[in-house]
Design a binder for this molecule. Structure first.
Ligand code: NDP
Length: 288
């Protein structure tokens, strides 16, 4: 193995500690803690684990956690009514509705009802538009975490060739927008991309957000490239990423492991977005 392992877990712990200190200072100056409301509809086991760990992390970071667990048969109107109540609640700075939602609820309708100023997931079309136009807003947590790891590893990204595999609204597209804003030369690949291996071989930076175990092969990777593996795939061998780790680690310059790479960054960035939301909502300056 030649690649350096990018320790997302350690980076995320450092970020969470900094956010925790700033959240304690916020509590002092605003006279109330920053608050994050997490809404879970139904009892999807993976979502349950995510919601529990988000709640714990929020409290550990000196913020208040409001958990709303609703039965799977909750109607779309009832969920919209809860979102409206949270929009109007001054103790709540950030609102996160855990996805996926049951099939009878339209996720886009729910996301669009969250106040853009409390949309700490960064999924609201207004925040997507702000990201595209370079305005301050909320950036989705997973690509934000990937960008932090990349800048920590590589410094200035300008002029580097980046290939993002995946074009979802929550990972691929915002990742491409962030890399473009940092002046990388960005290619977005997806299931219709022709000759993906040649496209990937050009890249100095590869971000894989495909959702297929061991999909990106070591032979596709340019020697020395930096590989960010967003994938979380449950297999018989446990949790694996979208990149064939052993193959990639023998050619890449640096690579994130799964688990322990991008995953921990997502929650850390959620806390950071909530801290930013609290300062904006309370009109308090954030001294970073
Ligand atoms: P989506 O299923 O929404 O998107 C997957 C993307 O991969 C699509 O754009 C799709 O292309 C593309 N794709 C699928 N098959 C191929 C192929 N054969 N060749 C090239 N591209 C392909 O997934 P998400 O973006 O939501 O998530 C991606 C992965 O990241 C998943 O494993 C998910 O679990 C993980 N994830 C991890 C997070 C974390 O905290 N670490 C957070 C969020 C997600 P097309 O658009 O053409 O269909």
């Amino acid at each position: 193995m030649t690649a350096q392992i990018i320790d997302g877990k350690a980076f995320a712990l450092g970020l969470r500690a900094r956010v925790g200190e700033l959240a304690a200072a916020f509590r002092g100056s605003a006279g109330r803690p920053a608050g994050l409301a997490v809404v879970l509809v139904g009892d999807d086991p993976a979502s349950n684990v995510y919601v529990r760990s988000k709640g714990k992390a929020t409290i550990a970071a000196n913020m208040e956690s409001f958990e709303h667990r609703l039965p799977a048969e909750t109607s779309q109107d009832d969920l919209l009514a809860l979102v409206e109540r949270l929009n109007a609640d001054d103790r709540v700075d950030g609102i996160l509705v855990q996805l996926p939602l049951p099939a009878h609820i339209d996720a886009q309708t729910i996301i669009t009802r969250i106040s853009p100023d409390k949309d700490v997931d960064g999924f609201h079309p207004v925040n997507a538009g702000r990201l595209m136009t370079g305005l301050p807003g909320f950036v989705p947590c997973t690509p934000l975490g990937c960008l932090m790891l990349l800048e920590d590893q590589l410094g200035d990204l300008s002029g580097l060739d980046a290939v993002v595999i995946g074009r979802s609204n929550i990972v691929g597209k915002p990742m491409a927008a962030l890399l473009t804003a940092k002046s990388a030369t960005v290619t977005i690949a997806h299931s219709r991309t022709r000759d993906l291996s040649s496209v990937v071989r050009r890249a100095d930076i590869i971000v894989a957000a495909v959702g297929r175990a061991d999909f990106v092969k070591g032979e596709w990777i340019k020697p020395g490239a930096t590989v960010i593996d967003v994938g979380i795939n449950r297999t018989d061998e446990g949790l694996v990423g979208d990149v064939d780790f052993d193959g990639a680690a023998s050619v890449a310059g640096a690579i994130t492991p799964v688990p322990g790479g991008v995953g921990p960054m997502t929650i850390a960035c959620l806390l950071r977005n909530t801290l930013v939301a609290a300062h904006r909502n309370a009109g308090v300056a954030l001294e970073e």
